[in-house]
Design a protein around this ligand. Structure first.
Ligand code: DMJ
Length: 630
């Protein structure tokens, strides 16, 4: 068989007589020649070689940067200073924030490192994003080369090779990966079709009644989905959504919005889309909504109110209480901190870090676990004695870790609180189910343990794995693996293969099934947490079973929640495959989170949102990890 001509062959030298010479002979003759030289000649040659070596190293900036970074780490280390003093580096009395991307070396305005290739298509750098994209399309040359929408030029005959060499484990069948990714893109397009046909510019699609719901009246689904379209390379859809943001989206509206929900979905979505695209439109919109949300922090205690009118600037708690939810007030930090970094104005960061500072010091925690409510007048926890990793407390834990990572792992109080909480979970909330012995996270209510676990808790395996990846104890990764199995079982033990909103675990010996579901808890809202954790676990372990589990779940979403005329719907009953009973609502996080995490889970490209460069907010919007503060 004749091997095809390849460039990466091993070369054999041929001497003048035509015979093949081998390396050993060559070495001997070089040695003979070297010995024949005078000592002056030898010194001269050595000097030239050393010079060449030094200039070679200096000309390779990546190497020097890498070394520089290492010595930075060694010197900068963890000095145990307070949270605020760590992140506000004082210079002549002024707070200095870490530099935004456009001003940092090696971090171009057009986007973080992995997506920088797109800059090669830039003209004078001042064109609006839409213009740039069209140019990219015109440069496509049909069959010969493929221009990634994000700008990387890939020759078609290199596509398969590149994927095999750099993206996939050696024996992997890339066609499986490609078809799963395509299936997610198709699902997104189907969901988008429903939104476009029946809910365009409104908050959420009602796919069965072919209408929509309005929550804030700000195009919530569209904004939540922007960066998903970018990541899935759905350029037509992204373009039309961008157009809507540019021409229709206005925050000058007399409407009450929930601080937490609009921060994680709208502010987070706009900031991450700005980072991925480099398009200033999204930064302008982010600044606008960010400043309109600020009145929420003007309370007697500085613990923010739950609601704020973005038109009038009047903030208030819910009508029936002056309490806010702990998870809500501690899950705006990644976004507001990033807004401060980008604008150079510390007021956003100051407001959210004041909340963290107070919560750090508060009485009423139980082994690092927090109650679910906090009072906006006196800044104290209320309704003490109930501890959960589910609704109203969940993302407090998630954001402790993620702020620590975002800020360069120097804010030690955040890490301390996180580590203490993980110990508190292990001590108070972890139990085993029967018959499979699944490890689950229950709840504590005034000293009594309840084997109740919300689907929301399934963010935890991913968060624990992320912490372990960033240097926290390996036991966190082991626990992540156990909890991941449990979350998967919450799907697979149901008749539809889809998890309910809440489960109760059986602990009595002789139980036939680990998971019980109360009639009121049988709904599925298309939530992302399990897929999110599968994504982290797969990224860090490379264990294909996580992709397989995700693929099963994906297919069940298609089977039971897909609406023929466009869109996906929440369902009422995951235990009845014959009649899952549609709820007629597609939550914005299905496009913002669930489909995005499916896509990232099935992709073997580790650089597609690299987890050493980005940190996802709780709504799956990736934000940059800050470079080490100077
Ligand atoms: C999302 O809005 C966020 O993930 C939040 O942290 C929890 N609830 C939904 C998804 O379930």
């Amino acid at each position: 068989m004749i091997a095809p001509a390849r460039k990466d062959f091993v070369s054999l030298a041929v001497d003048e007589s035509g015979a093949y010479t081998n390396g050993k002979q060559r070495k001997q003759s070089y040695l003979r020649k070297w010995k024949q030289l005078s000592s002056l000649q030898r010194s001269l040659i050595l000097f030239v070689l050393v010079l060449l070596l030094i200039s070679g190293i200096a000309g390779y900036p990546g190497l020097l940067t890498h070394w520089g970074a290492q010595s930075d780490t060694a010197e900068g280390g963890n000095d145990g200073g307070g949270m605020l003093s760590q992140i506000e580096m004082k210079s002549e009395g002024k707070a200095i924030l870490p530099e935004p991307p456009s001003e940092r070396k090696g971090f171009r305005k057009q986007g973080p490192p992995i997506l920088q290739n797109r800059s090669q298509f830039k003209g004078n750098g001042s064109e609006p994003q839409g213009v740039e994209m069209k140019k990219m399309v015109q440069e496509e040359d049909g069959n010969k080369s493929l221009i990634s929408w994000r700008g990387a030029v890939i020759k078609m005959d290199e596509v398969t090779d590149t994927k095999k060499k750099e993206m996939l484990p050696e024996s992997e069948d890339s066609s499986v990966v490609v078809s799963r990714l395509e299936a997610v893109r198709e699902a997104f397009r189907h969901a988008w079709k429903g939104y476009k046909d029946f809910a365009w510019g409104h908050d959420e699609l009602k796919p069965i009644s072919k209408s929509y719901t309005e929550w804030f009246g700000l195009g919530l689904t569209l904004i939540d989905a922007l960066d998903t379209m970018w990541i899935l390379e759905l350029k037509k859809e992204f373009e039309e959504a961008r157009q809507w943001v540019a021409t229709q989206l206005s925050f000058e509206k007399n409407v009450d919005v929930n601080l937490f929900e609009s921060t994680i979905r709208i502010l987070g979505g706009l900031l991450s889309t700005y980072h991925l695209t480099g398009d200033a439109l999204f930064l302008d919109k982010a600044k606008d909504i960010g400043s309109r949300l600020m009145p929420a922090f003007s309370t007697p205690s500085k613990i923010p109110y739950s609601d704020v009118n973005i038109g009038s600037g009047v903030a208030h708690p819910p009508r029936w209480t002056s309490d806010s939810t702990v998870a809500e007030v501690t899950t705006t930090q990644l976004e507001f901190r990033e807004l401060s970094r980008l604008t150079g104005d510390p007021k956003y960061q100051d407001a959210v870090m004041e909340v963290m500072k107070q919560v750090h010091k508060l009485e009423g925690k139980h082994d690092g676990l927090v109650p679910m409510f906090i009072n906006t007048n006196n800044g104290q926890f209320t309704h003490l004695g109930v501890y959960t990793l589910g609704a109203r407390a969940d993302s407090y834990y998630e954001y402790l870790l993620k702020q620590w990572i975002q800020g360069g792992k120097i804010e030690t109080e955040l890490l301390e609180d996180y580590m203490q909480a993980v110990e508190g979970i292990k001590k108070n909330l972890l139990k085993k189910s029967s018959p499979l012995g699944l490890t689950f996270v229950g709840e504590l209510s005034h000293g009594r343990f309840s084997p109740k676990m919300d689907h929301l808790v399934c963010f935890l395996p991913g968060t624990l794995a992320l912490g372990a990846h960033h240097g926290l104890p390996v036991e966190h990764m082991e626990l992540a693996g156990q909890l991941m199995e449990t979350c998967y079982q919450m799907y697979t033990q149901m008749e539809t293969g889809l998890s309910p909103e809440i489960v109760h675990f059986n602990m009595e010996a002789g139980s036939t099934q680990d998971v019980d579901v109360k009639p009121a808890d049988r709904h599925n809202l298309l939530r992302p947490e399990t897929v999110e954790s599968l994504f982290y676990l797969y990224r860090f372990t490379k264990d294909k079973k996580y992709q397989t589990w995700g693929w099963e779940i994906f297919q069940n979403f298609n089977k039971y929640t897909r609406v023929e005329t466009g869109g996906y719907t929440s369902i009422n009953n995951v235990r009845d495959p014959k009649s899952p009973s549609p709820r007629d609502k597609m939550e914005s996080f299905f496009l913002g989170e669930t489909l995005k995490y499916f896509y990232l889970l099935f992709s073997d490209n580790l650089d597609l949102i690299n987890l050493d460069t980005y940190i996802f907010n709780t709504e799956a919007h990736p934000l940059p990890i800050w470079p080490k503060a100077k």
